[in-house]
Design a protein around this ligand. Structure first.
Ligand code: T46
Length: 181
């Protein structure tokens, strides 16, 4: 496993070592010791999530105002355009974002620590999205920032108007969003 740094120091792209042979492939999708070494601290995950979406579905940009969740995300079928936005008020990269293509083919993972809003759009016919979180989901604390917020100005792939949940249709502008307590 190797870490690729991004324009926001705490956001890391992780590339596993893949062992291929005439049977197929094998790779360690998570190794606690190696992960802690790469991110430079002890990180405990408490929840695994798995979602499946069809093309053009956009889930996000989500975060929790209390019990913020760090997320280690990856794609096991299809391809997504994944985005993390820095919403840590005192961060020098506050309001900045990093995007990365995650796919079953590239086997890349994206480490998004607490303090970021997260979302993705599906660019393949379908995509299965798996991720680990460092705290439990709590709908009472969950908030959404509008995917198309002009201040964040994410250059989403040109897929037209995405398919959104009602929660995401009603998301707030970044300027009006509620940050961590
Ligand atoms: C997130 C979550 C949801 N649910 C239930 C609540 C709903 O009945 C159903 C679908 O939830 P939702 O529409 O919020 O799912 P997503 O839009 O994929 O939400 C996720 O989208 C982006 C990509 C994120 O980073 C977050 O992890 C998460 O907010 O699953 C649970 O039971 N547990 C959970 O942890």
């Amino acid at each position: 496993m190797k870490a690729i740094t991004t324009s926001i120091p705490d956001l890391l792209i992780l590339e596993p070592r893949v062992f291929g042979d005439d049977r197929g492939f094998f790779f360690e999708s998570f190794n606690q010791r190696k992960f802690n070494e790469l991110v430079g601290r002890e990180v405990d995950f408490v929840q695994d999530n798995h979602s499946c979406s069809v093309k053009n579905v956009l889930r996000g940009l989500h975060y929790q105002i209390q019990q913020p969740q760090g997320k280690l995300v990856r794609v096991v079928q299809g391809t997504v355009f994944d985005v993390a936005v820095d919403i840590r008020k005192n961060s020098p990269t506050f309001g900045k974002h990093v995007s990365v293509e995650l796919s079953a083919e590239n086997k890349r993972m994206f480490w998004i620590p607490e303090g970021f809003a997260h979302g993705f759009v599906v660019t393949s016919e379908t995509a299965e999205f798996l991720y680990k979180t460092t705290d439990y989901w709590n709908p009472e604390f969950e908030r959404s920032i509008l995917w198309s917020d002009p201040e964040i100005a994410i250059k989403w792939p040109n897929l037209g108007i995405p398919a959104l949940s009602s929660k995401d249709l009603d998301a707030k502008l970044f300027a009006d969003a509620e940050y961590f307590k």
